[in-house]
Ligand binder design. Structure first.
Ligand code: SF4
Length: 351
């Protein structure tokens, strides 16, 4: 899928073929120059470029050697011979790559590419939750920083969250940091849910009694929390034959009004397999563009214009800068990395 040539005309031609439906030609002409420069430097270095599903189309469909979701990319990159990983995604994703590939240099092509979920909880807050509820297993969604992963018992992804919770076979489980993912899992598992948050006095407070089921944390994805049931109703009114797919970081109301909910990889697979004529895809809007570019016969209704400001930090210019200058290198202290790895490996062992 990547474009490997360093010839400008061939690059532009290949980009036009894939992307003319979603990227203006003037932009393609400018970006083709960057792609050629990146490809030239790639040939001189032992490097693998990873592209998360939320990268903008002119990046996603050109320089990454591998594309997909964060954990799948980190696992695949660990299996390559490359000495350097450039992770076109946000910081917690690059950290996950470093956790799995300690001997590789991992670069994030942005000075700062955060995530509202990852920054919603700290390692200290996990320690506080553990003190409040001793002997209660703690699960974290992979959308957290390495020091948080180091404090928990097991990680999960949006694909395996339900299986991870079930595998623990515990009466009480702490599940951080995405409140909506926790609510969706609790709903599927038929478990009661209580939500913890830090109040204005700086203390951890609960919205009810946590006697059994899931204790969630009030973290939200600033993109997925914006989708509403009325978005779905409006789409269905206009296009009665539309299929609505959503990411489980959306609210339980949005998920239950959708035809399918799943991780970014599962959403792509679903749309590719479905015979429906058109789709509403309730996740970061670049992914809709990337699906259109890969599946020109599918119609994706352009009602989504919610771009993640953190994913938006990653550009072809910055990818070129990372290759030229080796920046920004992701460093995870070894004691944190080793403990975070245990949480990731425990998850992988139940798959
Ligand atoms: S889309 Fe949401 S979960 Fe993903 S990086 Fe952006 S803020 Fe974080």
């Amino acid at each position: 899928m990547a474009i490997h040539t360093t010839d400008y005309k061939q690059t532009l031609e290949a980009m036009r073929e894939k992307l003319s439906a979603v990227v203006p030609d003037a932009e393609l002409q400018l970006k083709a120059e960057l792609v050629c420069e990146i490809n030239t430097l790639k040939q001189e270095q032992s490097v693998v470029i990873l592209g998360h599903n939320y990268m903008e189309p002119a990046l996603f469909h050109t320089v990454p050697d591998l594309v997909g979701d964060s954990l799948g990319l980190s696992q695949a990159a660990a299996d390559t011979e490359a000495e350097t990983i450039i992770f076109c995604g946000v910081e917690f994703m690059a950290e996950t790559a470093k956790i799995l590939s300690p001997n590789k240099r991992v670069l994030l092509p942005a000075k700062k590419a955060g995530c509202s979920l990852a920054s919603s909880i700290t390692a200290e807050e996990v320690r506080e939750l553990r003190k409040l509820f001793p002997n209660t297993p703690v699960v974290t969604y992979v959308n957290t920083y390495a020091d948080v992963k180091a404090e928990v018992d097991i990680c999960c992804t949006s694909s395996n969250a339900f299986d991870v919770v079930r595998s623990l076979d515990a009466e009480k489980i702490i599940f951080i940091p995405d409140e909506y993912l926790s609510r969706n899992v609790a709903q599927d598992a038929g478990l009661p849910i209580t939500v913890a948050f830090r109040n204005s006095a700086g203390q951890i407070e609960l919205d009810g009694d946590f006697t059994n089921g899931i204790l969630a944390w009030r973290g939200r994805c600033e993109v997925h929390e914006q989708f509403s049931v009325s978005d779905i109703e409006n789409a269905r009114k206009q296009f009665p034959d539309i299929e609505v797919v959503s990411h489980p970081e959306c609210s339980p109301e949005v998920v239950s009004h959708s035809d399918f909910a799943g991780s970014t990889t599962k959403l792509v697979e679903y749309v590719q397999k479905s015979k429906a004529p058109r789709f509403l895809i309730l996740t970061e809007c670049s992914m809709g563009d990337n699906i259109i570019a890969q599946n020109p016969e599918k119609e994706v209704v352009r009602m989504c214009s919610i771009r993640c400001p953190h994913m938006n930090q990653i550009t072809l210019e910055d990818t070129l800068h990372a290759l030229k200058h080796g920046e920004k290198e992701i460093i995870v202290p070894e004691d944190i990395r080793a403990r975070a790895l245990s949480s990731v490996e425990r998850m992988l062992s139940i798959q």
